[in-house]
Design a binder for this molecule. Structure first.
Ligand code: ALA
Length: 483
């Protein structure tokens, strides 16, 4: 399908909205994306035509709702090359990560273990691990980043059960810390929600597995912009959200390898996650309980009641699901597929390159994560980590360009003399929506040495004209506040 931004824009009703007399320029897609008519229509149709609970009724409405809900699961599974049983619907990426922390984490993380994250994580991929580490007496460590916004991923950990340490350099460059314990889990973002850095996830997974660690990938920012093939990647857990993929809010996805999910205890307990209740009339049979991994019995009078957990994925979907939103999420994915992820990626790369060129031409601007700005140096195989020594400078077309396999459509920056919140406020006067602050990534901002950044993030419907408006808006802010 030919990519036509004008016809794509027509499918997003909100893009016709005017704020403060100006047509909306929505440059905050990393926070949440706007929704096409097709997704909105799917929500309306569910409530108008077949609203019913799923997996519970044999009437027509329930059958239709169940069929569409499970069809959405198949669509999501095919999108990332997983099996439908390996797709768990949650509320959001945060809940998906917490699910793993509460279930796999509690069963597998022990005192003295190391959970390894990175300085570029969103708080959702740090705080659940920090809480788990505290509970278990384990340790949460963070891989550092350079000032250029790339990882220094030198990981050294002893293999479990072996006396001598195994040295693993995930990217085979850079200097890192030596970790004394056993790294059980690597929790890492695919694409930074601030810098746009794309981590070389395939190699990282390979190296993590060599070290005997499981890996959880926070794909919240990448899922709508880059293709994910969980089988080819050999990923253990992947988490992402519908609302950053042109779908509704309130739906998250957890992909987990079947054998991992099967071994995990449930997360939430309640309806639809129990296959059967076995009532034992004589005495309590503990072996049976262990075999079922139920680990629980309920005494009703004198009869112990033993639950048998439902099959995957329903074991992890207790209670009534977010039926309408999951179905509409399926439509969002079909919409992405019809436009073509490669076409979207190409368009967004052009926008990011254009924005870099225009922003860099402004006075007093600092763009963070110069991987985007100095690609030839960082692309060179075996090149040493830069350690943040190099000043950002843009390589013009023909002198290198940006490597968009290492950078997504997100740019964080500051304008000299203007707080990011003030800049966002002034831009809003012109109906240009950006995000400002720490973006729930305080460790990253500490590493960058700034309390806040302004952030623009592009989606399939953005245009170069909107970037021109952004640049003009920044100039207005400079006139008012900085110069
Ligand atoms: N995680 C979202 C962001 O980065 C909300 O803006």
């Amino acid at each position: 399908m030919r990519f036509n931004v004008a016809s794509i824009r027509k499918q997003f009703p909100i893009l016709r909205r005017k704020i403060n007399g100006h047509v909306l320029a929505y440059l905050d897609n990393a926070s949440t994306t706007q929704k096409p008519e097709r997704v909105i229509r799917a929500l309306k149709q569910y409530y108008e035509r077949y609203n019913a609970n799923i997996h519970r009724g044999i009437h027509t409405l329930s059958e239709e709702a169940t069929e569409k809900y499970e069809a959405a699961r198949k669509t999501v599974a095919a999108f990332i090359n997983a099996e439908p049983e390996e797709i768990i619907f949650t509320r959001n990426t945060t809940e998906s990560i917490n699910l793993v922390a509460y279930t796999w984490g509690r069963a597998n993380i022990k005192k003295g273990d190391i959970i390894l994250a990175t300085e570029m994580e969103h708080h959702s991929n740090l705080l659940p691990w920090q809480a788990l580490a505290k509970e278990k007496g384990a340790e949460l460590r963070m891989m550092k980043i350079t000032k250029d916004g790339v990882l220094i991923p030198h990981l050294t950990s002893p293999l479990k059960g072996e006396g001598s340490p195994l040295s693993l350099s995930l990217l085979r460059r850079g200097q890192g810390e030596v970790f004394a314990g056993y790294v059980k889990l690597l929790a890492i973002t695919h694409m930074s929600n601030v810098l746009g850095t794309i981590n070389p996830i395939k190699e990282i997974i390979k190296q993590a597995h060599k070290a005997g660690a499981k890996i959880l990938i926070d794909a919240a920012q990448s899922a709508a912009h880059t293709s994910l093939d969980v089988k080819a990647l050999d990923a253990d857990f992947v988490a992402f959200s519908s609302h950053k993929m042109y779908g509704p809010t309130g739906v998250g996805v957890l992909y987990g390898k079947r054998e991992l999910l099967e071994a995990m205890p449930p997360f939430l307990y309640g309806g639809d996650m129990v296959k059967a209740i076995e009532a034992k009339s004589d005495r309590y049979d503990t072996c049976h309980v262990r075999r079922l991994m139920a680990g629980a019995r309920i005494m009703t009078g004198i009869i112990p009641v033993i639950p048998v957990w439902n099959d995957l994925p329903w074991k992890f979907e207790a209670g009534t699901s977010n039926i309408a939103d999951v179905i509409a999420f399926g439509e969002a994915i079909k919409f992405i597929q019809e436009i073509g992820l490669e076409n979207i990626q190409k368009h967004e790369a052009e926008l990011t390159e254009y924005a870099l060129e225009k922003l860099n031409a402004l006075r007093g601007i600092t763009i963070y994560g110069s991987q985007a700005i100095t690609p030839p140096r960082l692309q060179a195989p075996g090149a040493p980590a830069t350690g943040g020594q190099a000043a950002p400078s843009y390589n013009k077309r023909g002198q290198g360009g940006v490597n968009f396999s290492l950078h997504g459509p997100i740019l964080a920056f500051n304008v000299k003399g203007i707080h990011a919140h003030d800049l966002a406020t002034i831009l809003n006067d012109y109906s240009i929506a950006i995000r400002s602050g720490h973006h729930c990534a305080i460790p990253l901002h500490q590493a960058l040495g700034v309390p806040a950044t302004a952030r623009v993030s592009f989606g399939m419907y953005n245009t170069k004209g909107e970037i021109d408006r952004l640049v003009e808006g920044i100039k207005v802010a400079q006139k008012l506040l900085a110069y």
